[in-house]
Design a protein around this ligand. Structure first.
Ligand code: ATP
Ligand code: MG
Length: 339
């Protein structure tokens, strides 16, 4: 008997590649979207510089890492010297400034792991999150953007996976599933393990970029234009890769034993990372190491129930890609919360 994980990819899988590529194209943000986003950044810069003339404004997250769709929010980080004031005090002041400048729905969310001001832009309607001095997020944004320039199949795969995750209801960290950031890292990890490889491990190469964020060293090879042909030996189509991605997470990944690490370009054992015992709320049921903050498990919100849901969704997706007549449609059928 062959077990499920030994199943080979269906022979007609490539007939679905044009459909998936069309879908990817439709998810990419339009030029108009990018222009509006820039206008939002400009008006925000103007508001902020009145109160904090030396502050620097960085875009991070999907509006800057090239994994953003037309539905993504705009994530902004303000870099500034803060004297005796606390981050929370600054955020409250910032909220006042933005209200005065007639941004909509301004709200300071100060209790979160990363405190932010959330608001929406009356011009574009975009929702925008602003944090202070969260430079690790700025560094990981650049890392993701650099990976995206090596092999275009990473962007294609990640857009489809993010879209799938949103429609299937498994892109909600507050409910115990995974962030978009975690899904992109899962895609990078997966492509680093293909044979032949589609992506290298940038942090294991010569460090041409280094940024030190409060003692955490963020260093890797960032001359990615030199790596344009890196994935050329690998001829897999996007349909094949999408199937293999879900197959990997459904049947190959060893959840009990392994941590995925984009930093080393492979898996590491939970034992080696000391992520075995439950410490506080960290259950480590699905372990995704942050590439820079290496003691940070991006799957830390996953619990007994959501790990089951996630694995069932990976299996469902793999099975549909294997057997359905029209996986481009069925894969993305919205999860029905009623039933
Ligand atoms: P979306 O298109 O869904 O908005 P996104 O890439 O902006 O995708 P978010 O989940 O909004 O994803 O996160 C924004 C950014 O914040 C990420 O790109 C990453 O830089 C940072 N980030 C998010 N979650 C974490 C986390 N748990 N640890 C470290 N950084 C994180
Ligand atoms: Mg975002």
């Amino acid at each position: 008997r062959t077990s499920r994980w030994q199943v080979e990819c269906r022979h007609d899988i490539d007939t679905f590649t044009p459909g998936f590529l069309a879908m990817y194209e439709s998810l990419k943000p339009s030029e108009e979207h990018k222009t509006k986003q820039q206008q939002l950044v400009d008006s925000l810069t103007k508001s902020v510089s009145k109160e904090w003339p030396d502050a620097r404004l960085h875009l991070y997250g999907s509006s800057a890492n090239s994994f953003g769709t037309s539905h993504s929010d705009v994530d902004v980080c303000l870099e500034m010297e803060i004297g005796t004031e606390s981050t929370v005090e600054i955020l409250l002041k910032l909220a006042d400034v933005l209200r005065t400048d007639s941004f909509d729905n301004v709200e300071a969310i100060t209790g979160a792991r990363v405190p932010i001001v959330r608001m929406s832009d009356p011009e574009s309607g975009f929702s925008c999150d602003i944090c202070i001095n969260n430079l690790l997020a700025v560094a990981n944004t650049k890392l993701l953007k650099d990976y995206a320039q090596i092999d275009q199949r990473l962007l294609q795969l990640a857009f489809l996976v993010k879209h799938w995750a949103k429609l299937r209801g498994v892109n909600e960290t507050y409910r115990g599933t995974l962030s978009s950031y975690a899904y992109v890292l899962m895609c990078i990890h997966f492509l680093q393990l293909r044979e032949p490889k589609s992506l290298p491990c940038l942090q294991a190469m010569e460090h041409t970029y280094t940024m030190n964020v409060h003692g955490t060293e963020c260093a890797y090879f960032d001359k990615v234009h030199q790596l344009q042909d890196f994935g050329a030996e690998n001829k897999e189509s996007i349909a094949e890769l999408l199937w293999a991605f879900f197959h990997y997470w459904a049947f190959h990944h060893n959840y009990k034993r392994d941590v995925i690490s984009v930093r080393i370009g492979n898996t590491i054992s939970r034992k080696q990372k000391n992520w075995t015992a439950r410490i506080g709320n960290d259950r480590h049921l699905m372990c995704i190491e942050d590439p820079f903050e290496t003691d940070h498990d991006l799957g830390r919100g996953v619990d007994r129930q959501t790990i089951r849901i996630l694995r069932e969704e990976f299996e469902r997706a793999a099975t549909m890609l294997q057997y359905d007549d029209d996986p481009c449609v069925t894969l993305f059928e919205p999860y029905d919360y009623e039933n």
